[in-house]
Write a protein that binds this ligand. Structure first.
Ligand SMILES: *Cc1c(COP(=O)(O)O)cnc(C)c1O
Length: 225
């Protein structure tokens, strides 16, 4: 991807065109697809620049990293911050105070800890559909019980499912995982699907994604941690 020598505004324009074309192919409206700009490992200024272009949803992976950036971005009106990285339950009360949406709930224990933080929170369940060791999430077989546990938490508003397929050069390789997530969401009557990244956002949109999480295609290669 030749992204390093173009501006954020040009890259954003290209991502929007990709969203529009994929939505058109699927007979969907682009405005029903939320672009989450993934800013992990980039400084808070990256959030500010994307905000200035009209982006309002941001994804961060690490509680501590975002805690550091948060003072600089907390005052941006209408900005919404999504935690898209794994959350340890001992960090749940900090996370509940920093994020609007926790997309990576994967256990009843974590849900109860988030609920106990006492703030209204939108949550999604991360589902592990790939056997890769590195992937996190609840197994499809455990979802029924987990959905029930989360729905019993008065402070948590369960809206959808999130997944991360195995990495592949071939954007179409992710499609079966997207289809599977959509079927699971339908089974539990959950309206939102967080799926699709820089490499495979078209396939995700064609399969019903409502939230795509895009880092590299907007900001270029990430700095090393
Ligand atoms: C880093 C990350 C992304 C963004 O990936 P890109 O390929 O850079 O678009 C999306 N989702 C999750 C969970 C991530 O960790």
């Amino acid at each position: 991807m030749p992204v390093a020598d173009s501006s954020l505004s040009e890259r954003y324009q290209r991502v929007r065109e990709r969203i529009e074309r994929a939505a058109a192919r699927a007979g969907r409206r682009p405005r029903d697809i939320t672009l989450i700009a993934v800013t992990k490992l980039f400084p808070a200024s990256a959030i500010g620049e994307a905000y200035a272009l009209g982006i309002r949803d941001f994804g961060e992976n690490y509680v501590q990293e975002f805690e550091g950036k948060r003072p600089e971005v907390a005052a941006l009106p209408g900005a919404r911050f999504h935690l898209i990285g794994h959350l340890q339950s001992n960090k749940s009360s900090i996370a509940a105070g920093l994020f609007h949406v926790i997309q990576t709930v994967d256990s009843a224990k974590l849900a109860r800890r988030l609920d106990a933080a006492g703030r209204r929170l939108e949550v999604m369940l991360e589902v592990k559909l790939s056997p890769e060791e590195s992937k996190r999430g609840a197994s499809p077989g455990s979802l029924c019980e987990l959905v029930e546990s989360v729905r019993a938490c008065p402070n948590l508003n369960l809206t959808g499912l999130m997944t991360m397929p195995p990495w592949s050069e071939d954007p179409d390789a992710a499609r079966p995982y997207f289809i599977r997530l959509r079927e699971l969401a339908r089974q539990f009557q959950l309206p939102l699907l967080s799926m699709g990244m820089s490499n495979d956002l078209e396939a995700a949109i064609e399969e019903g994604s409502t939230h795509i999480r895009v880092g590299t295609a907007l900001f270029g290669l990430r700095p090393r941690p």
